[in-house]
Write a protein that binds this ligand. Structure first.
Ligand code: UAG
Ligand code: ATP
Ligand code: API
Ligand code: MG
Length: 484
């Protein structure tokens, strides 16, 4: 592609060199530059891509996109100066792949919890209805049945547009994607055209990155602010900030909720360990998911499918058949009657929701034993809250490691322990080795008890100092149950 075409719709401040040079790829990492790459210099959290412009040129880049010109210019290179390279990268990536988001119906889902669940349910529902569909999620990316491993909840703009372009080539009518708050702030979704945006909820998470809850709200809201008037928005009216999200959007506004006035309404009529009976609008439907929070997720899915012009009865039939994402409230029973649950709850609200669901379903005499850790290099302020809320609903809590990343696991555990009231300390055990913690929980449990392993859900690894070691909560639970 010619550089001039690649820059379409990017506000350019200055150009030094020819706009007619050939560009064979777009790249924002100097280490991955190839012949005739357009290198885009991004200011990141750890370093600044502008420091690697020379390196990119030495690797045969043909052009560079920068916010400031380097002191020394190379006559063979075209330099394009813009106000915001992160924004320009999104547009350039979309241009490079032929604006794929305009060739299918792209729906984004944002919120603290429930993004993967709603996106996966929508993917499964539209597949059930016979469409060719794409999915971009924390667990995996998919084009129809083909799985493409995910590295982020929302991929970087180049990977994202490449995936969308492959979806278009493979005949996808729809793509359902998670929109993380990091992705909004870092402009990973710049240049995309969304057919719709769904908001699940906003509670405590990622305050390390956003600095304050207000900034976190602003990040989520920006996704809706930037939608165009042809898109729909669907927000949760039972969430305190549900309406805030839609304050400044031009898009068509619709709401869903269990308690407040809303366009799409639902009620939980019966709850069991293997499903719920819901009333959605005026229809009763049996679903395979468990927990009040999943009534919200399913209602959001129902509303989005209606807004995407699907027939009500077909949607309801599909809703009664589909299952959610891996590692979300997955159950395993031991031979001697212990009930194991693996769940991805990694925020205080999610831990509370999942335990509230378990508490409502259990019968008198059943103990709840929770195994929980917190991730390293992530929001430290959620650690004591997660431990506290786990203890509020559990008879015993085993505090352990999640993904320590570059932090000392014992320091993370100490942060969690700060949330335990003194009179409850007797119900808390600390076992930093996650495998041992899971084994201990299963050994403490008696027939009928419930063991919740929270925080890592579908993850098949434990990340320690940049190395991902194989680790799978469900596998560990099954192994321990089989030995008992
Ligand atoms: C905090 C965060 O979002 N970091 C992302 C960010 O990295 P960064 O800001 O640290 O980048 P940096 O290392 O400072 O580098 C700045 C620039 O210099 C470039 N560079 C750097 C070195 C070099 O030699 N040459 C070079 O060109 C880099 O490619 C980059 O463009 O940009 C990188 C490239 O796109 C991402 O991989 C990285 O995600 C890291 C791995 C990450 O863990 N992100 C998490 C927090 C995240 O994004 N999570 C969200 C939400 C999670 C949820 O579901 O709740 C997600 O969407 O996954
Ligand atoms: N609507 C909801 N409200 C509150 N909690 C929820 C909701 N849906 C799911 N959860 C809880 O949050 C956990 C994570 O769910 P899910 O993976 O769908 O969220 P996510 O928003 O994709 O998370 P991430 O930020 O990691 O991408 C679940 O395992 C469950 O415990
Ligand atoms: N997408 C979330 C996942 C957290 C999962 C938990 N296991 C952890 O590692 O903290 C994040 O990157 O913050
Ligand atoms: Mg997710």
């Amino acid at each position: 592609m010619i550089l001039k075409e690649l820059l379409h719709a990017i506000p350019v401040v200055q150009v030094v060199g020819s706009l007619d040079v050939e560009v064979a790829s777009v790249c924002f990492d100097s280490r991955k530059v190839e012949k005739n790459t357009l290198f885009v210099a991004i200011k990141g959290v750890h370093t600044d891509g502008h420091l690697y412009v020379d390196k990119a040129i030495s690797m045969s880049a043909s052009a560079v996109l920068v916010e400031q010109l380097p002191e020394q210019l190379d006559d063979n290179i075209t330099y394009v100066v813009v106000y915001d390279t992160s924004y320009a990268l999104g547009i350039a990536a979309s241009n490079f792949y032929g604006s794929p988001s305009k060739e299918l119906k792209l729906v984004g889902i944002t919120g603290t919890n429930g993004k993967t669940t709603v996106a996966t349910l929508l993917f499964n529902l539209f597949r059930y209805l016979g469409y060719q569909v794409g999915l971009l999620s924390t667990v995996e990316n998919k084009i129809g049945d083909r799985i493409i491993p995910a590295t982020h909840t929302t991929p970087d703009p180049v990977a994202l547009n490449k995936l969308l372009s492959d979806m278009v080539d493979e005949g996808c009518d729809y793509c359902f994607m998670e929109v993380s708050s990091h992705a909004v702030v870092q402009q990973r979704i710049a240049g995309l055209r969304f057919a719709g945006g769904v908001f699940t909820n906003i509670t405590h998470d990622h305050l390390d990155f956003h600095g304050s809850f207000d900034n976190y709200i602003k990040a989520k809201k920006k996704f809706f602010d930037d939608l165009d008037r042809y898109a729909f928005t669907l927000t949760n009216t039972d969430d305190k900030n549900g309406q805030v999200m839609l304050q400044n959007t031009f898009a068509h506004k619709k709401t869903y909720g269990l308690h407040h006035v809303a366009d799409f309404k639902a009620k939980v009529i019966e709850s069991h360990f293997d499903g719920m009976l819901l009333q959605i609008d005026s229809h009763e439907v049996w679903v395979k998911l468990v927990g009040g929070f999943n009534a919200y997720n399913l209602l959001a899915v129902y509303g989005a499918a209606i807004l995407l012009e699907q027939e009500t009865l077909k949607i309801l039939t599909a809703i009664s058949e589909i299952t959610g994402a891996q590692g979300r409230f997955e159950t395993v029973r031991s031979k001697n009657g212990i009930f194991g649950i693996v769940d991805y709850a990694h925020t205080p609200d999610a831990v509370e929701n999942v335990l509230e669901t378990i508490k409502d379903l259990k019968v008198v005499g059943q103990q709840i034993i929770t195994v929980l850790g917190c991730g390293g290099d992530r929001d430290k302020t959620k650690r004591p809250e997660m431990a506290k809320v786990a203890l509020k609903y559990s008879d015993k809590v085993i505090i352990t490691s999640d993904n320590p990343r570059t932090e000392d696991p014992l320091a993370i555990i100490k942060d969690m322990e700060a949330g335990i009231p003194i009179d409850k300390k007797k119900n808390v055990f600390t076992i930093s080795d996650r495998r041992e913690a899971i084994r201990a929980a299963c050994h403490i449990a008696a027939a009928g008890d419930i063991v919740l392993i929270a925080g890592k859900g579908h993850e098949k690894y434990q990340e320690v100092n940049g190395v991902r070691h194989h680790f799978d909560d469900k596998e560990e639970l099954e192994k321990t149950f089989n030995e008992q």
